[in-house]
Each structure stands twice: as C-alpha cells, then as structure tokens.
Design a protein around this ligand. Structure first.
Ligand code: ZN
Length: 523
C-alpha cells in the first residue's frame, strides 16, 4: 500500500514537472514589439518597429494611414495572411491618422518583421525648448512592448519629464538611449527637453503679418501667413476694424501646457504676439488653422473696443468665428474641437453664468468648461439672430466706442444688434445682470426732475445733478453697480430737493436764532 502511494506521488510529480518544463521550453507565449525612435537635431523621428515571435500566430498594430509612408520587411518566417482596416480607439472612435494592420504568420522557429517609417515633426524644436511626442502605440493585448528613444547628446532632460517613466537612460556614442517597458498595449511617449543648439530664427512677412520661426518650420510659417491673409478681409468686415501689425511666434510646448493650442499675452495695455504651439501641426487640416484664427480674433475683438476683462466674450467669439470660418471653407480638423465644446456645454446647460467671473491670468483645472460655456452662449445668440451677420451688426454698433467693459454693457449692444431685448435669455443662462437701459432712464428722469424744481430746489437740486453726473460717468466706465446706486441716490435727492431745501433752511434759521439768543445772553 505504502509503495503504491509512493509510486502515485512520483507519477504526479513527474507529470507536473513535465507540464511546467513544457511551458518553460516555450518560454515566450507572446510576440514582442520593439519600437525604436531615432530623433535627430531637427526633430525628425526615424521609426523602426521590430516584431518577434517564436511560434505560429497572429497579431495587429497601428500603422500610419496618411501622414507618411511605411515599409514592411519580413526577416524570419513568413506572413500567410494580412489586412489593413480602419482602426478604433478603446472608446470606439475611429483613428484619423492610423490604420489597423492585422497579420497571420508562420514562425519556422522564429518570426521576425521590421516596419520603418519617418515622422517629420517627431520632436517639436524651438530652441532651447524641445518636445518629443511618439506616434500612437497600440498593438494586440496578448503581445508585449518595449520602446527605445534615441536623442542627441547635446540636450538636457529634467526630472519627471519622460512619460511613462523610463526603465533606464544610457549614453551611447553621440546619443542618449531611453528605455521604456510598456505596461500596457497602448501608449504615447512624451518627453520634454532642452537643447544647447542656438535659436536662429528667420522672419517671414506678408501683408500686416510677420511670423518668427526656426528655419526648419518655414513651410509652417508660410501656412500661417496664407491662412491669415486669406481670412483677413472677411474678418475686418465682421469686426468693423483694421489691424496694423500682427506678429506671430512659434513655440514647443512643455508637458504642463501640452493641451494649450496657443495664447496672446496681455500686459494690461496691449495684446502681445500670437504664440502658437507647434505640436498641433500634427492634426487634421483645419485644427491648427482654427487655433491660429482663434488667437487672431482676440486682436480684432480688442481693437474693436472690448476689454480682455470681458474674457468670456473674447473666448466665446474667438471660438465661434474661427470654427465657423474654417468649417465654411471645407476643412474638417476643427470639427473635433467643435464637438468637444458642444458635448461639454451640453452637460452645463443652462448654467453658463459662471463664465462672468472668468478673468485673464486665472488658471482653473476645469478651464474646458469655461471655453465650452462661452462658445455655447456666443453660438446660441448667433443661431437665433442671423449667424456671423449678427456679430457683424453688433461690431458695427460698437464701432468707435471704447467702453464695452462689462457683461451689462455688452448685452445692451447685443440687444441693439438683435433688435430685441436679450436680457431674459441671459437670465435663463443664470447670468447676473443689471439692465443698463434702466440706469440711463433713471438718470434722464432725475435730470428732468432737477429742471422742474428749478431755483426752488437749490442747493439740493444741484447736489442731485452732480450725483447724476457721477452715475453717468460710472456707467460709461462700466461700473454698472456704482452707476445704479448713484442714479437712485440722485433721483431721490432730486425728488425731495424742495423738502430737503426747506429743512436745510429751517436748520440754518434755528442755528442763527440760537446764536442770536446766545449773543443776547452774553452780549
Ligand atoms: Zn483665446
């Protein structure tokens, strides 16, 4: 009995050992992708993808659809079936720039395949700032992936500036080699770094526009000059104003501002150069142009007399006009921006009033909500009142005015352009508003009362008049709340000027009588 048990245990052990060793001998049950990115001094990324597997199987990966050409070479084994199809993100959206390449292979001990392609704007370089952004990495989830990024040696990479974190960085000859083991089958590698190469920009000029660019991006500068000059005349008609000298400068993003497409600095007195983030040239035609036009619209809106403090209107109209114009011309890149804004706005509806407190320089984590709400308000008004033509009328209305400083004043002129009062619509969006028509009316009524009371009301009617002047001044300068208070105070004093004057006279008389009495006593 004991012996039989021993034999049984031995057999079980042997079988299990055999099973374990059989798995071990076939130690790589998956294929492995190795992405090698070689980036030169101009940011060009030469990409090699090597796929290796040790038994027959199949796999898939993303390959460029339209932005560059690729080459596939089988080095070991053979491909027995392959197909190129549409590729989808994990959320089910179709990739604009990538196809799904699916292949079935025979290993003959080993299968090895090499894919090569080139990405012109692999790293964006505006010296000293550089930004590497890999193509989309995505492959069959059963396979594994490693990445190697080769960068020139005359660069500096700060701490935590490589995403995802690397397994190691080696110095090899005139290169840094950064190694990353992918924990997932989907990834984008981002690296922020600086170069020691000097910044030697060229400037290109056409019309009123000047672009400053590193020489390597002169065709991008050309693209901006062309876009700006193409839309310029139309924009002058919409905004009823000409611009004289617009300067544009390119920049490479940092990790923290990767998602900002561009900006125009404001020093309190003037709008500065238009700054454009070059990473967005890696988008569908229309996307980068929309960003560029958005920034240009800020200059128009400012020249038309609207202060940057009215930020929600600046951003809303910049988005609306740039999206509308790029769509009219038939581009499509901007449509993804449009649908993002609309989807976000939908979640906020009808509570858009919070954008009233949006001021320049304030950073908010949910900045996307502000843009979406601002766009939604500007677009809704356009849709109801005649599209771009409505804003053309509005800017005609405020031509030569330089005091559109608050939402209250803005609504006053928007209503004029619409030919109807828009106050209630803004109230439904939960804006806090004071109708400035009311204030103006109170001031006019107050003045009439002052006139009616004539000399009888002096000196209080004169004081009322002075306060009404202050109210008018405040209204002009956009201090609507103060204007409202002063207007009410003015009209009240004007109404009671007779009574107040009578009381004043009585008081003066009493004091005088009192004095006489005192003088009589001590005289
Ligand atoms: Zn903007």
């Amino acid at each position: 009995m004991k012996n039989k048990l021993k034999i049984l245990i031995t057999i079980i052990l042997l079988v299990s050992l055999f099973t374990v060793s059989s798995v071990k001998s076939d130690s790589k049950p998956f294929g492995e992708y190795k992405y090698i990115f070689k980036v030169n001094q101009d940011g060009v990324n030469n990409i090699t993808i090597i796929y290796e597997a040790w038994r027959n199987g199949d796999s898939w990966l993303l390959l460029p659809k339209n932005f560059t050409k690729y080459e596939i070479k089988v080095l070991d084994g053979e491909i027995i079936h392959e197909k190129l199809e549409k590729a989808y993100t994990s959320q089910g959206d179709e990739y604009v720039f990538y196809s799904n390449y699916t292949f079935q292979y025979r290993a003959n001990g080993k299968f090895m395949m090499k894919i090569t392609y080139m990405m012109k704007y692999g790293s964006i370089i505006v010296e000293p700032q550089c930004f590497f952004y890999s193509p989309q990495i995505y492959f069959k989830s059963e396979d594994r992936g490693v990445v190697e990024i080769h960068l020139p040696r005359n660069i500096k990479i700060g701490e935590n500036k490589i995403i995802p974190p690397p397994a190691g960085i080696e110095e090899k000859g005139d290169e840094y080699v950064i190694k990353i083991n992918l924990s997932q089958n989907i990834a984008r590698i981002a690296i922020e770094y600086t170069t020691e190469n000097p910044y030697n920009p060229i400037t290109m000029r056409r019309g009123i526009f000047t672009v400053e660019t590193p020489r390597r991006y002169r065709e991008l500068a050309e693209r901006i000059l062309e876009t700006y000059n193409f839309f310029y005349e139309n924009l002058t008609k919409i905004f009823s104003v000409n611009l004289t000298d617009i300067r544009v400068i390119f920049y490479a993003p940092k990790l923290e501002d990767l998602w900002t497409g561009g900006y125009v600095p404001f020093n309190g007195k003037n709008l500065g150069k238009i700054h454009l983030n070059l990473i967005y040239v890696r988008t569908l035609k229309g996307y980068w142009e929309q960003i560029a036009l958005h920034e240009l619209v800020h200059h128009f809106v400012y020249a038309a007399g609207i202060t940057p403090d009215l930020l929600w209107f600046h951003e809303g109209i910049a988005e609306y006009v740039s999206i509308t114009l790029t769509t009219q011309i038939g581009w499509s890149g901007q449509l993804s921006r449009k649908s993002d804004l609309e989807a976000t706005a939908q979640t906020l509806y009808p509570n858009y009033g919070f954008i009233q407190d949006w001021k320049p320089g304030r950073k908010d984590e949910n900045i996307g909500k502000y843009y979406a709400a601002a766009y939604a308000v500007v677009k809704a008004l356009a849709d109801e009142n005649g599209g771009l033509e409505f804003y053309r009328k509005f800017f005609q209305e405020i031509k030569d005015l330089k005091n559109v400083t608050t939402t209250d004043i803005l609504i006053h002129y928007l209503s004029k352009a619409a030919g109807r009062d828009l106050t209630n619509e803004f109230k439904e969006w939960n804006f806090r508003i004071i109708r400035i028509e009311n204030i103006s009316q109170i001031i006019v009524e107050g003045r009439n009362i002052v006139k009616m009371k004539g000399l009888l009301g002096v000196p209080w009617s004169l004081i009322a008049d002075e306060i009404l002047n202050l109210a008018e001044e405040a209204l002009k300068n956009g201090r609507t709340n103060m204007a409202m208070m002063e207007a009410y105070m003015g009209i009240m004093i004007a109404q009671y000027s007779l009574t107040l004057t009578t009381i004043t006279i009585c008081i003066v008389m009493l004091i005088l009588i009192g004095r006489i009495k005192i003088e009589e006593l001590y005289g």
